[in-house]
Design a protein around this ligand. Structure first.
Ligand code: XIL
Length: 367
């Protein structure tokens, strides 16, 4: 009798734990809840998501994220379409969305060589570029003063070897433009956190360039609050050692460290990084998983995410935020970059808005 009860009890516990696991599934689990004592959890939002067009995706966002970065709507091409015309409509909607759903907004981005307004190409004179630069930062940072939590003030100013990228800003304004951008942002929005953001800046040479840049800004008496490591990494090759070294070295400068655009590429690609101007042709081998992700790849993706989050948790006192570049695999930019029209699987939610094995591994670290 005793043995029977014991067995029954045993089954009960087993059934119960199964049930809770299933019951927790996407209903009760939440990334932002799981990591609330560790770091903020963010996502990039596109226009369609800001406008709450898809209720299921909207639920995922509200349930899982406490901070968001506009995927495109606050880039200069969209906010500043003509020399003297600004269009704040979508950015304002994002701010409203954030207020409504208790999601802080990280503005992205004030100064970037890409997605610039078309009129910039017509400008030749240094003075006009300086006027654009100054007016853009003052007007945009001023407009969102008190409305956004932080800004990626300068994005992707470095080459892979740590030297400064030969952008229109470097050419026309000289190398002090980065410090100047932070100074202008600080004046326009004194209580907003100000960050430098880049890809591959966990790699030693680029990291060294990034460290110089932070030091230069600080030595000029200008405020910089954090460094964003974008985190566009590759399956089976997440550079954990370099990431750890970077977290330590950046935070030793007295700035916050963030992973700002996390995704893990599972499709073939012969270069690393996220230079949006780098594009490749479609070949027969470039899109292998149109009918679904093979189990082995799915598992590897889950293991990669788990190892990364383990490392980030180890340094939770230094890492203030982890932001994914998109919500579900369906809306990832990696479906169209660097090759258009691929079926990619870089995020934690699948095309049916369901959590993937990677999601359970990541959240499992906190259970
Ligand atoms: C990407 C967006 O996701 C795409 O929709 C857009 O077409 C190009 O830009 N680094 C950045 C982001 O800082 O702004 C880029 O976002 C991805 C690389």
């Amino acid at each position: 009798m005793k043995i029977k009860t014991f067995i029954l009890l045993g089954w009960g516990v087993l059934l119960f734990s199964n049930f809770t696991y299933q019951g927790q599934d996407s209903e009760a689990l939440s990334l932002k809840e799981a990591f609330k004592n560790d770091f903020a959890i963010g996502t990039a939002l596109n226009s369609w998501q800001i406008e709450e067009r898809n209720p299921a995706v909207n639920e995922l966002i509200i349930q899982n994220f406490n901070v968001a970065t506009p995927e495109n709507v606050m880039k200069s091409a969209l906010l500043h379409p003509k020399w003297d015309t600004y269009d704040f409509r979508m950015g304002d909607k994002l701010v409203e969305y954030g207020n409504k759903h208790h999601i802080k907004i990280n503005g992205h981005t004030l100064i970037w060589h890409s997605q610039l307004p078309a009129f910039i190409r017509q400008i030749q004179s240094k003075d006009s570029i300086r006027t654009f630069f100054t007016d853009h930062i003052k007007t945009v940072a001023g407009h969102y003063k008190g409305q956004v939590f932080s800004w990626d003030v300068v994005n992707e100013a470095l080459n892979e070897d740590g030297t400064l990228r030969n952008s229109v800003f470097l050419q026309k304004l000289g190398e002090d433009y980065i410090t100047e951008a932070f100074r202008l942002a600080q004046e326009a929005t004194p209580n907003t956190e100000l960050y430098y953001n880049d890809y591959n800046n966990e790699q030693p040479a680029k990291r060294a360039g990034c460290i110089n840049l932070v030091k230069k800004i600080k030595n000029a008496g200008v405020r910089i609050d954090g460094v964003g490591i974008q985190g566009h990494w590759h399956l089976g090759k997440v550079p954990l050692k370099d990431i750890e070294e970077s977290i330590l070295q950046y935070s030793a400068l007295g700035v916050k460290v963030m992973i700002t655009e996390l995704d893990i590429e599972v499709l073939p690609r012969n270069f690393q990084g996220a230079d949006v101007n780098q594009r490749l042709a479609n070949t027969s081998e470039s899109n292998p998983y149109t009918n679904g992700l093979p189990d082995t790849v799915q598992q590897q993706l889950a293991n990669d995410y788990e190892a990364l989050f383990k490392l980030l948790l180890k340094h939770k006192d230094k890492v203030s935020r982890v932001t994914f570049w998109g919500v579900t695999d369906a809306d990832s930019w990696l479906n169209n970059w660097p090759i258009r029209g691929r079926t990619n699987y870089p995020l934690l939610f699948d095309r049916n808005n369901q959590p993937k094995p990677a999601y359970f591994k990541v959240i499992g670290l906190k259970q």
